[in-house]
Design a protein around this ligand. Structure first.
Ligand code: KE4
Length: 425
């Protein structure tokens, strides 16, 4: 048995499904998940000694590539002084100032330890600030696994066919209204049907947990206007898109300003992190100032802050967004061109360093459209690419990520491999 297979057999005995996060289990794409011993740049080195070009980038954080020397040095320096103090530390202040500098709508920010905590806390804060209970979300959007948001969710929930998880009381689920993305009429109808009781609308402004879906012109502005008109808060879940698609995220690209923003991934430089922030008037409702409680033993952890500060400062210094977009366009052209040449119906949405592929002839503008994709064909595409050394997200309902480390021969080779795989599908 290979090293990964041996590790997986052992893992299955002591870890549910052998993984600490379901989407890693390869259950929707088949095969045994490989274990990674090390990673550098755009490359994962598996326990079996294989080198893979990584298009998952640990689900987003590795925008500068794995084991980036600058981030590594920042962690090492912080480590000299200890790992966790449980008190305020200087790194937290620098992180908060950097986030505000890059995302001006975030007057104040609270650090936490995951994207799930960030969105869960933002929802509680919106409920506390407005005194209302209902939340509007969009089918296929994934905001982590808190009870109020694991309703018609994307990512692993959709991948494993449980968009509505077991274990969530019906009373909780009733407070979450789910509507289709890119449907302004559905937004207006949801507000009308819940007049005066909607605390917030939470949205991935570029949904990326159902594959990648881009908002149609005016949709995000419609959300903004509807929230303002109804006295509800607009929450942008930029856990994935924050600092990845632009230094100010989607809200900078689209010019739509939310009341609260959830962040994660990149701001931890690969260490556990989450954050939520926005208007001071709202954020000051949080304990210890206000009545909305939220806390965390390791929130603002010095190592995670040092890593995240290094990642953000490197983005500020290099502003790699045009380069990352060029990489995304290169992959998009390669995949779309190969499918066209083969007469294979496919949609290849791309935004900056994010892309996905739906094997369908339909234009994918929402969850229902994403489900028209040929998931078994995606699984074959995934496995064939993996055979050839290219690791895509192990689900038809995820988005691939690129890093600055993919530039040059790596991206060229990976595109050649994916084009060749498509020709043989
Ligand atoms: P975490 O709790 O996994 O740190 O973040 C939850 C989350 C919140 N919001 C958005 C937009 C997200 O994409 C995520 C998590 N993303 C998934 C990938 N689709 C994490 C991968 C996993 O679940 O293992």
């Amino acid at each position: 048995m290979g090293a990964s297979e041996d590790l997986f057999a052992r893992a299955l005995k002591r870890i549910p499904g052998g993984v600490n996060s379901p989407v890693r289990a390869f259950r929707s794409v088949g095969g045994t998940p490989f274990f990674v011993r090390s990673a550098h740049g755009a490359i994962l080195v598996t326990a079996d000694g294989r080198e893979l070009v990584d298009f998952v980038c640990t689900w987003g954080p590795a925008i500068h590539g794995h084991n980036n020397p600058r981030i590594k040095a920042a962690i090492a320096a912080a480590l000299e002084d200890g790992t966790s103090f449980g008190t305020p530390n200087p790194y937290e202040v620098r992180m908060a100032e950097l986030i505000h500098q890059m995302v001006p709508s975030i007057d104040k920010v609270r650090m936490c330890n995951s994207g799930t905590e960030a969105t869960m806390s933002a929802v509680r804060l919106a409920r506390g600030f407005t005194g209302r209970d209902k939340i509007i979300k969009f089918s296929g959007c994934y905001h982590g696994h808190s009870d109020s948001l694991l309703i018609k969710a994307g990512s692993g929930a959709l991948t494993h066919g449980h968009p509505d998880s077991a274990g969530i009381p019906a009373a909780f689920a009733r407070e979450t209204v789910v509507i289709p993305f890119n449907d302004p009429a559905a937004v207006d109808a949801a507000f009308a049907a819940n007049a005066g009781s909607v605390a917030a609308v939470i949205v991935e402004p570029y949904p990326a947990n159902v594959g990648l879906i881009l908002p149609e012109a005016g949709f995000l502005a419609h959300l903004r206007a509807a929230c303002t008109r109804n006295g509800s808060l607009l929450i942008f879940d930029e856990v994935m898109t924050g600092f990845r698609l632009a230094r100010g995220g989607v809200q900078e690209i689209e010019g739509v300003v939310p009341d609260l923003t959830a962040l994660g991934k990149i701001i931890g430089g690969g260490l556990p992190v989450g954050a939520f922030g926005g208007r001071a008037e709202v954020m000051d409702q949080l304990a210890p100032l206000g009545p909305v409680y939220q806390a965390g033993t390791l929130s603002g952890n010095p190592l995670a802050m040092a890593a995240g500060i290094a990642a953000l400062e490197l983005l500020e210094e290099t502003l790699p967004y045009p380069r990352l977009d060029a990489l995304g366009r290169q992959v998009q052209a390669a995949l779309a061109g190969a499918c066209r040449a083969k007469g294979l119906p496919a949609q290849v949405p791309q935004a900056g360093s994010m892309f996905s592929i739906f094997f369908t002839g339909a234009h994918v503008r929402d969850y229902a459209g994403a489900l028209t994709g040929d998931a078994p064909l995606f699984a074959r595409f995934f496995r064939a690419c993996l055979e050839e050394g290219v690791y895509l997200p192990p689900s038809a309902y995820e988005t691939a990520f690129l890093s600055t480390a993919h530039e040059g021969k790596t991206i060229d080779r990976a595109c050649e491999i994916m084009e060749s795989v498509i020709r043989k599908l």
